[in-house]
Write a protein that binds this ligand. Structure first.
Ligand code: SF4
Length: 295
């Protein structure tokens, strides 16, 4: 079985952001450890082997919360990964601790160690190009905390040698039209962002979390938007790649743009879109189905 992407769940449910569409921040603070969570490293190496045997070239460190809260663990994951020679190593983050000059939780030494261990791409989740709009989502409507200087963060990551992807979560009133997509593309181009992806916010099942369900029900973009944006991007640029899991990659005047959706399970597909390693040692192939387990 071919494997497209190897996702690694680092850290814990802990996150320093407050996205109203996320179930992670609804977890009570007393359930969150401030210590680095234990990882079954033996099984991690087996998962790496499984991914490489399936021809997987991309490994992505992600989290159920925010992985950079435990930067030393990110370093360890990257060092373990480096022995398996994945050509592409990615880190998915909200970017706040990397941008943060005050707490120095993620230091320049961490960034250098990550680069030396082979990290290529830092994917930053955003909802808009404007600081104030991102603040509403990541810091909370009422928060006194300011959102990060996104252009400065992009510049810092470039300075360390990383490529940057902006992973845009599409929300009503934020990026919800082809016109807003165009403005986001312009922002990415201005700041020399290597990759830009658009994905509608996912609507969880009601049973998962009532508050998140209510918020996403009121703020998700229309189901027709994905097709509308794809049509728009096709008219503006060149289709580079139709990926098997429903994503399409475009070149729009030199800017890489990908429109994707949230589907992860395609039973008839010969390729697994992703396998997911969990710190307790389990390897799965779908986020939402506990039964999708390899070991
Ligand atoms: S940054 Fe990610 S993990 Fe943190 S609250 Fe937002 S969606 Fe959840």
């Amino acid at each position: 079985m071919k494997v497209r992407t190897f996702s690694i769940v680092a850290g814990s449910m802990a996150c320093n952001a407050k996205c109203p569409f996320c179930v992670a921040h609804m977890t009570p603070a007393n359930g969150i450890s401030s210590k680095e969570p234990a990882v079954n490293w033996r099984n991690f190496r087996k998962a790496c082997q499984f991914a490489r045997d399936g021809g997987c070239v991309t490994a992505m460190i992600t989290s159920k919360g925010e992985p950079t809260i435990f930067p030393d663990q990110v370093t360890r994951f990257l060092k373990e990964l480096s022995t398996f020679n994945f050509p592409v190593l990615e880190l998915q983050t909200n970017g706040i601790l990397i941008a943060d000059g005050e707490t120095k939780r993620v230091s320049d030494e961490h960034l250098q160690a990550w680069y030396d261990a082979g990290l290529n791409m830092v994917a930053i989740s955003v909802c808009h190009w404007e600081r104030e709009m991102n603040k509403r989502i990541y810091m909370g409507e009422q928060s006194k905390r300011d959102y990060i200087d996104l252009p400065a963060l992009i510049e810092k990551l470039h300075r360390f040698g990383f490529s940057v992807r902006l992973a845009v979560v599409m929300l009503k009133g934020f990026i919800d039209s082809p016109e807003a997509v165009d403005k986001m593309i312009e922002f990415a181009r201005t700041h020399k962002v290597e990759q830009l992806t658009f994905r509608p916010v996912s609507k969880p099942d009601k049973s998962e979390n009532e508050k998140v369900f209510q918020w996403t029900s009121s703020n998700h973009v229309p189901a027709t938007l994905e097709a509308e944006v794809n049509q728009h991007l096709a008219s503006q640029g060149t289709v580079l790649n139709n990926l098997t899991h429903g994503a399409t990659v475009y070149d729009v005047n030199g800017q890489n743009v990908c429109m994707t959706n949230c589907l992860t399970v395609q039973p008839d597909n010969e390729e697994m879109r992703q396998i997911i390693f969990f710190p307790d040692g389990h390897l799965r192939y779908a986020w939402q189905h506990a039964g999708a387990i390899i070991f």
